[in-house]
Design a protein around this ligand. Structure first.
Ligand code: NAP
Length: 250
């Protein structure tokens, strides 16, 4: 008798209502994964779930507010219920910015960004890692940023959250390696999404000037890196930060 095929793996993607998270969910679904899509915007998630189902794949929307610990706990439970078991792949993608010079940054602006981007990712990871540990297979993929490595004036809160995600990635990689759970980060450069749409033409030109590959990235460029890290082929890669930045920081 031949060994049975592994069950179809299930991926939970946060911040899936738009931008990079949406692209990750579509890409993972097209690669055959079951996807659980999480964010605050229920309407956008419902539309995306329809689109994924229309393509023949499985999708479950889950309400999630990463600034609220109770919402995170409830979302983790709902995701595992929808999955019918542990989450195999967690993509901590959701993120916010509240830019300003450090000198004038309010504690509220600092806390909002750290809570959503870093503490929220940690709490969700903590909630779903138990299942991964138990089944001795898991993939945790944290979406950091090029600025988490390079720094960026006017973004002390955001940069601290993204650098924090890299530290979290490395520590968790060491803690979970013995359980066959890999933990990696993806560090995008400038990617065409709502987050970068507000840039002026002048700002875009200045950014393009710093990108050796000569173009702003697409959400799909990041999704392809996430798909690789989620795969069996990436099983010997852990604690790594994969730059998807057109060469702007090497
Ligand atoms: P985006 O278009 O602004 O999307 C952000 C996503 O995060 C949305 O789906 C949003 O959904 C979700 N989100 C925000 N606050 C949330 C909260 N409290 N709870 C749950 N979900 C929340 O941003 P993006 O450009 O796709 O960025 C995605 C990730 O890549 C972020 O972590 C960002 O820092 C990182 N990144 C982006 C770039 C870039 O150039 N675009 C570069 C480097 C890194 P709801 O509003 O529906 O909740």
């Amino acid at each position: 008798m031949t060994a049975s095929a592994p069950k179809t793996r299930v991926a939970l993607v946060t911040g899936a209502s738009q931008g990079i998270g949406r692209a990750c969910a579509l890409d993972l679904a097209s690669a055959g994964y079951r996807v659980i899509i999480a964010a605050r915007s229920a309407d956008k998630l419902a539309e995306l779930a329809e689109e994924i189902r229309a393509s023949g794949a499985e999708a479950h929307p889950v309400a999630l507010d990463l600034s609220d610990a109770a919402s995170i706990a409830a979302a983790a439970k709902a995701a595992e219920e929808a999955a019918g078991g542990p989450i195999d792949i967690l993509v901590n993608n959701a993120g916010v910015t509240r830019d300003g010079l450090a000198m004038r940054m309010s504690a509220e602006a600092w806390n909002e960004v750290i809570q959503t981007n870093l503490t929220g990712a940690f709490l969700l990871t903590q909630a779903v890692m138990r299942g991964m540990i138990k089944q001795r297979w898991g993939r945790i993929i944290n979406i950091s940023s090029v600025v988490g490595q390079s720094g960026n004036p006017g973004q002390a809160n955001y940069v601290a959250s993204k650098a924090g995600l890299i530290g979290l990635t490395k520590s968790l990689a060491l803690e979970l390696a013995g359980r066959n759970v890999t933990v990696n980060a993806v560090a995008p450069g400038f990617i065409e999404t709502a987050m970068t749409a507000a840039l002026s033409e002048q700002q875009r030109a200045a950014i393009l000037d710093k990108i050796p590959l000569g173009r702003i990235g697409a959400a799909e460029d990041v999704a392809a890196a996430v798909r690789y890290l989620a795969s069996d082929q990436a099983g010997y890669v852990t604690g790594h930060v994969l730059n998807v930045n057109g060469g702007m920081y090497v």
